[in-house]
Design a protein around this ligand. Structure first.
Ligand code: ATP
Ligand code: MG
Length: 337
């Protein structure tokens, strides 16, 4: 077995505004891995953003720059990490085509994200939404990434990435693509909707009240938490007491992740409290942690030329890393060049 240099890759789609789950489940982890000194590549996956529904071009451009500003405001540093948007590096699409021909229909049919996003009307979903996980595998394997920090919802796609790598290696008799590990860590790997504790919080949920956006002001954050769905019981005295209470568990996990403590610590401090007192404490904490980020994002968005410069410089670095890998892939496959 070839041993692959540890390398981190992850990405976020520029759809709408970044939400709290993206921050706690993904970006906060991205920053931690960058600061651990690992080689890190973080992408704004704009080609994924057009898979689910029609994106107004001006909105897509804005969301791409806003996501770049969020990456920077949260502490990603273009001197330490490669930061760029996917569409500036055509090798993502080139490798995705090869992987479309490696992945099996049966594998794709098991993807729960497609079922969730396509809903009852799968016939009307785009081919791109169906092929999304093969493009994601290409995003990761184009850099021979070994570690992918993601939220719980992306675990299945990273597993599919491993299946694609294994089948490619097997079919062509090579040991070329690594077995990538998903890194799903922290107290909030699956932040749930504030309106429904059984549904994940998402940028693209039609209800703005279901999520906290990184661009929300302090009053909006406090109002959304105050209105968050809960049950009538006070918080339990033990973590086990959260087992059948999805909404209570969600708020406790959010508190824990924001405060960088465990759910057990939150229960030790707030067990027995009514939501009438816990929600304001959570709102204060959220505002405390998120307001500096949204202020910095707004400042960065004042200079879009600078954001575009950061992205194109990052794209040049990413393209230089991708170039030998796509060239070797084409040689392995037998494309004459
Ligand atoms: P969309 O609704 O457009 O799919 P999203 O909110 O699911 O948006 P993505 O761009 O698909 O965001 O995912 C970006 C990253 O954020 C992924 O690593 C994903 O696992 C993580 N993530 C998304 N939602 C949550 C959540 N509710 N809790 C924890 N992590 C999340
Ligand atoms: Mg998603």
């Amino acid at each position: 077995m070839t041993s692959f240099t540890p390398r981190v890759f992850s990405g976020i789609q520029p759809t709408n505004h970044l939400q709290l789950g993206n921050y706690l489940g993904a970006v906060k982890r991205f920053v931690a891995m960058q600061n651990d000194g690992m080689e890190t590549i973080y992408c704004i996956v704009d080609q994924h953003a057009i898979t689910a529904s029609f994106q107004n071009p001006a909105d897509l451009r804005h969301a791409t720059r806003e996501l770049a500003s969020a990456y920077l405001a949260c502490g990603l540093d273009p001197a330490k990490s490669v930061l760029f948007n996917q569409s500036q590096v055509p090798a993502h699409s080139q490798l995705a085509w090869v992987f479309n021909c490696v992945a099996r229909m049966g594998w794709m049919n098991r993807m729960t994200q497609f079922k969730d996003k396509a809903g009852k009307n799968a016939e009307k979903a785009s081919l791109g939404l169906y092929a999304y996980p093969a493009l994601m595998a290409a995003d990761i394997l184009l850099y021979h990434a070994t570690h992918v920090p993601v939220g719980e919802d992306q675990k299945q796609h990273v597993e599919l990435t491993r299946d694609i790598a294994a089948k490619f290696n097997h079919d062509y008799g090579v040991d070329f693509f690594p077995e990538t590990q998903p890194i799903i860590e922290g107290a909030a790997t699956r932040v749930m909707s504030l309106r429904d504790g059984t549904k994940k919080m998402s940028k693209s949920d039609p209800s703005d009240a279901s999520r906290i956006n990184l661009t929300d002001d302090a009053d909006t954050i406090a109002r959304k938490i105050r209105k968050a769905k809960t049950d009538p019981e006070p918080l339990p005295e033990t973590v086990e007491g959260l087992a059948d209470r999805p909404e209570a568990r969600n708020l406790v996990n959010i508190y824990a992740a924001l405060a960088e403590i465990t759910a057990a610590d939150v229960i030790a401090q707030h067990g027995g409290s009514q939501f009438g007192s816990f929600k304001p404490a959570l709102a204060d904490l959220a505002v405390d942690k998120l307001a500096p980020i949204s202020t910095e994002m707004a400042r960065l968005m004042g200079d879009v030329t600078e954001i575009d410069r950061v992205l194109s410089q990052g794209a040049e670095r990413a393209a230089a890393m991708a170039e030998p890998i796509i060239a070797q892939t084409y040689d392995i496959v037998g494309f004459v060049r």
